[in-house]
Write a protein that binds this ligand. Structure first.
Ligand code: UDP
Length: 192
């Protein structure tokens, strides 16, 4: 929901989104779909759920997905340069896919019939340059880390506040970044 002015982000934070920038279709698309779901739920009494999914990674991602973890793993396994956009101090909080699926299933089936929105993600926050170093170390790669121009409207930091999910779903992520990356890297090794 744009470059956040509040940190970490709670569900009642309404975002800071450019309506015209190169990321706007992605950010506004997510926001628009929340509106459509709530309208549909009100009009047709549909049993809806709205989850706000923060950065997620894991096996079965496409090799050319274009997101940071898959890009870094592919670059490391091929000993090609790892490209960081900007100075690498921007942060993200990465959730392992099985933890996220677990949360979605609990949310779908929750007894309280809570519709959301609810944040689902892992609040452990990392600088992108730290993620680059961790992946380089685990893969034992010879890749060089290189820096390119910052992307337009690239959010500087992102971290979900998951207190609502902990309370309502009795859920929190279980997989550490090292464990999750090891499982993801094993998958990518098989695919390359
Ligand atoms: N990023 C990077 N190199 C890449 C891909 C992404 O430095 O090869 C950066 C990107 O600029 C952003 C962060 O990593 O700051 C996360 O990007 P991603 O596209 O994975 O997710 P999102 O920006 O949607 O959170």
């Amino acid at each position: 929901y744009g470059d956040p002015l509040k940190h970490p982000q709670k569900e009642n934070y309404l975002g800071n989104v450019s309506t015209t920038g190169p990321r706007a279709c992605y950010d506004e698309g997510k926001r628009g779909s929340e509106t459509v779901f709530f309208d549909y739920g009100r009009k047709y009494k549909t049993n809806i759920r709205v989850a706000r999914i923060f950065n997620t990674y894991g096996p079965n991602m496409q090799l050319n997905d274009g997101r940071v973890i898959s890009n870094f793993i592919v670059q490391c396994l091929k000993n090609k340069p790892m490209i960081i956009y900007g100075n690498g101090y921007q942060t993200r909080s990465f959730c392992y896919v099985s933890d996220l699926i677990d949360a979605i299933v609990k949310f779908t089936n929750n007894d309280l019939m809570f519709k959301g929105p609810i944040n689902l993600g892992n609040p452990d926050e990392y600088k992108i340059v730290e993620i680059a170093r961790i992946i380089k170390k685990i893969t034992n790669s010879k890749s060089k880390i290189i820096f390119k121009k910052k992307l337009i409207d690239d959010p500087l930091r992102r971290k979900p506040d998951i207190n609502l999910a902990k309370k309502i779903l009795k859920w929190k992520p279980q997989t550490s970044i090292e464990t999750g990356l090891n499982l993801t890297i094993s998958y990518f090794r098989k695919m390359l």
